[in-house]
Design a protein around this ligand. Structure first.
Ligand code: PEP
Ligand code: MG
Length: 912
């Protein structure tokens, strides 16, 4: 039996049974467009009859060196006969001609990348017949010349210019500005001219036989799968090259048959806001491309109620049915031909992040989908977008429509930025800092010595580079909206301007950069920056996400391990951060980096005195001065987080970080020496700083090693933590301090320092006459700690993976230098699939974590395990942490909502 290569739209059941019932496979076989046309037909939507030639036929054709597979053409002819019967029209019959379109349709949408031919079936005879039938010669000859033109350029691959030029010439001669001024006679002339063009270019006539037109158009669509545009698009969009395209042959319907006809496009909900209203435009007496091209002004869809009432009522009924069927907002195209509605396309509508959230929440509340479906539908990146400034939809559309979009690049870091263009980092910084200007720094690409300019800018634009280029990585790190690789702009550094097509932007001119979509506009577009509190739909969705994560048993886990999903905690150093984190839904503080407090102006000199002092007494005196500062910091933190755990990390960085820069000081000293001046204090300071110098400070005297060498510092910190907790408790709050010792590599480090600190904790509680629960634990940042986690868990009652340091030490990559020196190339060249400082490296770092969790819990079943490195806010890493059995992830307060959604999605993905 020959394979079935052609399916009528009304025969979708056959396609389903051929692939075994799986709808995804139907889409693979028929392409997305064909599958949807068939599905619409099945649910009773009025779809112009037609059929799909399968992707398998396309693949067979290409594999056989451009030969239709056996039986395919005969099946296509048979399907044409069925279509004729269904429409009551005849292909090639001048008295009642059937015209069809021939369109590509791959499994995944590849807009405009492949070929389309319309009005197949027109020839000299059928055109004359149709003109008589419709009484509208102009319409018929406009359609005919379109067929000849499309056939010439698409099927015969004649350059478009060969058709456009004679048309332009004709219009010039006649003094016309627009195509709308062309008469029936003009289009007749153009049809003949286009036919002559084909003859001249190809040495053959435009085929008059409709079946030959159909055969050649089918072949052209097959071939266009391997056209350069299509291949480039698939490479960029990550679509596989062996899928092939379907070919959809469909009865033509005409919206330009008079004032009882029309055409339009609509979304079943507002794609900007998500509001449940029909959103779209239509045009009476027009064809599809007239709506899109904006030649005539369209009317809002609800006006159709008055002009075409029956078609409008049908349209509302059909679109509701489609939405209920697909349980998704639909983007539809329709035509009304002589008052009769025809649906030409439906697909899930593209929408803004705001609309994504609102539609998901509304549909769950309407009972169309479940809350779980709603949580699944929203992507973490949508939440990210909602938390950054965005362009006001209308203003952006206005900018688009008035031709202000000048480039599109890679959307490297989300958010909208508006500012004046400056072409180098120094000027960008100067204009931002000294003149207080909003600056967009524009460079071909950025380098580490541009960072000061980037930090001073509201947004960044580069003409080169990809998603992991230096500009992209730095911008994301600092939350600066950024578009990279906008290759159509030309930067003229000498004349200080950029050009994009016809548009020139001088230094100091305004542009608007959309880091969420990659678009760049000339001029200023208004922005909004809604707060989380204002986003009630998002808050509701996140509550549902939390309900999912908090479901006991949602995670399959060994006995005694967490069986709910991951909690989301936040990294916060100050009470304000903690309050924000809590309002964003954090269930604890996973990391308070205490040393940040040492850098404050008042405190730094005391810290420096402490470091420089030669005696224990001197050091203690400085620490006594620091204690009240630290106590008050912690006090605010515990109060803000009452009832929730707060992990405070003891001092971690190498001490030189608190001292003045050695090189700057050395310069001053040398200068003074040359002048013969005496500056003994500076000389002494320089000596001390030089004494602190280490060749590899990241692997030197830091973390717990510092506590072993100078226990007075951490003793002061623990006293401050417990005094603050006691005070807060006495004021009626509920503190839960957890003291975290960083950078442990050997359990004996904990044995050395932890008992001393626990003594202090007990002593303070006794002095203050209060008690509260507390924990002592450690960070797992050194591979040895992970591997000996059973020993470490003997002393530590919680682990927090410092995945920044852990990645550094597992890879042996310096976290300070790797990205700038080689990591970007590693990712661009595919040596590494991802930047391991952004997404946890599953096979290496993830394995090390797995060992640590298993060994740690084997020694202490109720061990609390979390992550507090940058990865805590990265959705992919969150999925891994869920699988590894962690209790929580901790990330920056701004990422808490993203992490809450990602945690719920991880729980759903791996739910039992
Ligand atoms: C880490 O190493 O992941 C961590 C959180 O600590 P820091 O970044 O402060 O070294
Ligand atoms: Mg660390």
């Amino acid at each position: 039996m020959t394979t079935k290569f052609v399916y009528l739209f009304r025969d979708v059941e056959y396609a389903e049974s051929y692939v075994g019932g799986d709808w995804d496979k139907v889409r693979s076989l028929l392409g997305g467009k064909g599958a949807n046309l068939a599905e619409m037909t099945r649910i009773g939507a009025p779809v112009p009859p037609g059929f799909t030639v399968t992707t398998e036929a396309c693949n067979a054709y290409l594999a056989a060196g451009m030969q239709f597979p056996e039986g395919m053409w005969e099946q296509e002819l048979e399907a044409m006969r069925a279509t004729e019967a269904e429409t009551g029209k005849s292909f090639g019959d001048p008295s009642n001609p059937l015209l069809v379109s021939c369109r590509s349709g791959a499994k995944f949408s590849m807009p405009g990348m492949m070929d389309t031919v319309l009005n197949i079936g027109l020839n000299d005879e059928t055109a004359a017949g149709m003109a008589e039938l419709t009484g509208d010669e102009r319409f018929v000859y406009d359609s005919y010349r379109r067929l000849v033109q499309m056939f010439g350029s698409v099927v015969l691959e004649i350059d478009d210019g060969a058709f456009e030029q004679p048309l332009e010439e004709h219009k010039r001669e006649k003094g016309y500005k627009n195509d709308t001024e062309m008469t029936a006679e003009d289009w007749k002339i153009m049809t003949e001219k286009f036919k002559a063009t084909i003859r001249a270019e190809m040495g053959r006539d435009f085929p008059q036989d409709p079946y030959e037109q159909l055969r050649l158009a089918t072949e052209a669509v097959f071939k266009s799968w391997n056209g350069k545009r299509a291949i480039d698009y698939r490479n960029a969009a990550g679509i596989k090259h062996d899928l092939g395209t379907g070919v959809n042959i469909q009865t033509m319907v005409f919206g330009n048959m008079g004032w009882d006809s029309g055409t339009g496009v609509a979304f079943t909900r507002d794609p900007a806001t998500g509001e449940k209203i029909m959103y779209g435009d239509y045009l009476l007496n027009a064809q599809g491309e007239d709506v899109v091209a904006g030649i005539r002004n369209t009317e809002p869809i609800e006006k159709m109620k008055d002009t075409l009432p029956q078609a409008y009522a049908d349209f509302i009924e059909v679109t509701e049915r489609l939405e209920n069927h697909y349980r998704e907002m639909q983007d539809v195209e329709f035509t009304v031909e002589n008052k009769k509605l025809w649906m030409l396309q439906t697909r899930d509508g593209k929408r803004t992040a705001m609309a994504t959230v609102k539609i998901a929440v509304d549909m769950a509340e309407e009972g169309l989908i479940t809350k779980t479906d709603a949580v699944r539908k929203v992507k973490p990146v949508d939440v990210d977008t909602l938390l950054h400034p965005q362009f006001i939809f209308e203003s952006k559309r206005e900018a688009e429509e008035s031709g202000k979009m000048i480039a599109r690049g890679v959307n490297a870091s989300p958010g909208a930025a508006v500012g004046r263009v400056y072409f180098d980092a120094d000027t960008a910084e100067e204009k931002a800092k000294e003149d207080g200007r909003a600056v967009i720094m524009v460079r071909p690409f950025t380098k580490p010595d541009d960072v000061h300019g980037m930090l001073a800018s509201k947004g960044i634009l580069t003409s080169e580079g990809g998603a992991t280029s230096h500009a992209a990585v730095v911008a994301r790190q600092f939350g600066i909206p950024c578009v990279v690789g906008a290759s159509t702009i030309r930067i003229d550094q000498v004349n200080r301007r950029l050009t994009a097509g016809e548009i020139t932007v001088e230094e100091g001119d305004w542009i608007s950069v959309d880091g969420t979509t990659g678009e760049v506009f000339v001029g200023e577009i208004d922005t909004v920056a809604p707060t989380l509190e204002e986003q009630t739909d998002l808050l509701r969705l996140l509550d549902w996400a939390d309900e999912i994560t908090a479901t006991p048993g949602i995670r399959q886990a060994p006995e005694g391990w967490p069986d709910k999903g991951l909690q989301v905690w936040a990294n916060a150093d100050y009470p304000d951060d903690a309050r924000r984190a809590r309002s964003y839904g954090a269930k604890g503080i996973g990391l308070c980096r205490t040393e940040h407090m040492f850098f404050e102006t008042e405190r730094l000199p005391i810290v420096q005195d402490m470091i420089l002092s030669d005696s224990v007494q001197g050091r203690q005196a400085a620490l006594d001065k620091l204690l009240p500062f630290q106590r008050s910091d912690f006090d605010g933190l515990f109060e803000a987080m009452t009832g929730l755990p707060v992990i405070i990390r003891l001092i971690d960085p190498p001490l030189h970080e608190f001292m003045p820069d050695e090189h700057v000081l050395l310069e001053e000293v040398i200068e003074a020496r040359l002048k013969g001046e005496s500056i003994p204090e500076k000389e002494k300071l320089l000596g001390s700083i030089q004494a602190l110098h280490e060749s590899n400070p990241m692997m030197g005297l830091r973390g717990v090693r510092l506590s072993v060498m100078m226990p007075e510092i951490v003793s002061m910190q623990v006293r401050a933590i417990f005094e603050a907790a006691a005070d807060v408790k006495l004021r009626g709050f509920e503190p839960h301090p957890e003291v975290m010792i960083p950078l442990t590599g050997h359990v004996n480090e904990l044995h050395f320092i932890q008992p001393k600190l626990e003594e202090i904790a007990k002593a303070v509680m006794e002095e203050k006459g209060v008690s509260f629960s507390y924990k002592f634990g450690t960070m797992i940042e050194i591979p040895r700690a992970a591997i000996t986690a059973d020993e470490i868990a003997g002393a530590a009652s919680f682990f927090s993976f410092g995945t920044n340091d852990l990645t550094q030490f597992v890879f042996g990559y310096s976290r300070d230098d790797a990205e700038r020196n080689f990591l970007v190339k590693y990712v661009e060249d595919g040596i590494l699939l991802q930047n391991p400082f952004q997404t946890i490296d599953e096979n290496g770092v993830g394995e090390v974590m797995d060992i640590a969790v298993k060994k740690g819990r084997a020694a202490r079943l109720d061990l609390e395990v979390g992550v507090c490195g940058e990865h805590g806010g990265d959705p992919e890493s969150i999925h891994l942490c869920h699988r590894l059995g962690l209790n929580y992830v901790s990330c920056s307060p701004f990422r808490v909502p993203i992490a809450r959604l990602a945690a719920a999605q991880a729980a759903l993905e791996f739910a039992t």
